[in-house]
Ligand binder design. Structure first.
Ligand SMILES: [Zn+2]
Length: 391
């Protein structure tokens, strides 16, 4: 069996293999290098590895690495891609792991290539030849852009396990819920004409004003009708992010578009919200003589919620000595839950350092995370216990 590199060496090789995912094509890269590293290391530890290109993008891959068998078991999941980086704003090369002041710097150090190195290093130290339930390492593509890796897994429907942990950076706090995200665009098409005579056109800006008034009313209703006090911002939010329209003061505006996001609480349906917004528009079209289209800029991410009574949440509360909480960022958690796993988010490093120059993982995050991983593998893969039987 080939020798597995040290934890730091694994982390540095993962960071040295660029895997940016981005909706802008000139940034977007394949994650093949990262997948190949993980595959070879996990193979060396006896895992059965399945590398799956995404149906809509053959340069992007998911990896499912399985040790042991059974219908229960534990998934340890992370994404292989990173966000783009700010050129010139890093103190060191973002693709070269560098240790300074007890911190490991590099693009993806905490979000979240470091997690894989920690998982594999933990697995190496354990005796896992007699698993009662499978241990599965899942590595996904394109979490940072479209979540198309996780979406493909839902469509394939082959990944089965009872519990899952996603090692996103939560500073080692167990997370059981987050809001959903929708990013939408409304386009108003009117009719341009000379400004001196309003009847020569249909003003798209006037119509957009009506649209925005209605949306702000809808936002007030959402805030009044939905509340979840486990969130810092305990109501659904809608933000108008940008607006573009028209060209000249002496022309009736022929076209205007607005982009906004909507973050729903667990229990709310993104599809139902879209339908409610769509229902607002026909009346404004009729009154203003315009055509109004509503489209998603990105596929929506559903909200995520796992009951705090779930065994994996309780186990992680004991292992971390911290109460489960919520976060303001979105993850692949809802997709794993859709596949039937009881999922929580818990990982090393802080989201405060993710998605920005000089991303790092503090060295003191590593050992406690290894203890959590070891504890979960012992609890859900090594011990036969009654909670793992459904009945
Ligand atoms: Zn992440």
């Amino acid at each position: 069996m080939p020798a597995l590199p040290s934890l730091i060496s694994m982390m540095s090789q993962l960071i040295a293999s660029p895997s940016i995912s981005c909706s802008q094509a000139d940034w977007d890269q394949s994650n093949k290098g990262v997948i190949q590293l993980l595959e070879s290391w996990l193979n060396s530890q006896g895992f059965q590895c399945e590398v799956m290109p995404l149906p809509d993008n053959p340069n992007k891959f998911n990896l499912i690495a399985t040790l042991g068998s059974g219908d229960g078991g534990l998934v340890l999941s992370g994404h292989t891609d990173t966000v783009p980086y700010d050129k010139g704003r890093w103190k060191s090369d973002p693709f070269k792991l560098e240790e300074r002041e007890k911190k490991l710097y590099g693009l993806g150090s905490c979000d979240m290539k470091g997690f894989f190195a920690i998982v594999i290093d933990t697995v190496r130290q354990m005796q896992l030849s007699n698993l009662k339930q499978p241990l599965i390492i899942l590595a996904t593509a394109d979490e940072e852009s479209s979540m198309s890796g996780a979406r493909a897994l839902v469509d394939q429907g082959t990944l089965k396990a009872r519990y899952a942990l996603i090692g996103e950076p939560t500073s080692l706090t167990p997370i059981y819920a987050h809001k959903g995200i929708m990013m939408e665009r409304i386009q108003v098409t009117g009719q341009s004409g000379h400004s001196s005579n309003p009847s020569l056109g249909n003003n798209a800006l006037d119509a957009m004003h009506d649209v925005m008034s209605e949306l702000m009313l809808f936002r007030q209703q959402l805030k009044a009708n939905y509340r979840d006090t486990s969130f810092v911002i305990d109501y659904p939010t809608m933000n108008f992010g940008c607006i573009h329209g028209g060209d000249n003061p002496n022309r009736i505006c022929g076209r205007c578009e607005l982009e906004f996001d909507l973050r729903a609480l667990p229990g709310m349906s993104n599809q139902a919200l879209m339908a409610e917004i769509a229902a607002i528009l026909p009346r404004i079209e009729e009154q203003t003589g315009t055509i109004i289209q509503l489209n998603s800029l990105f596929p929506d991410v559903p909200s995520f919620y796992t009951s705090v009574e779930s065994d994996i949440i309780k186990a992680c509360e004991v292992l971390t000595k911290r109460q489960a909480s919520t976060v303001a960022f979105a993850t692949e958690g809802s997709f794993l839950n859709q596949m039937g796993m009881e999922t929580l988010i818990l990982g090393p490093g802080s989201i405060d350092q993710a998605h920005q120059p000089n991303e790092f993982m503090a060295l003191d995050q590593i050992q406690p995370m290894q203890e959590v991983i070891r504890g979960l593998i012992e609890r859900f893969c090594l011990q036969l216990n009654e909670q793992q039987n459904e009945e």
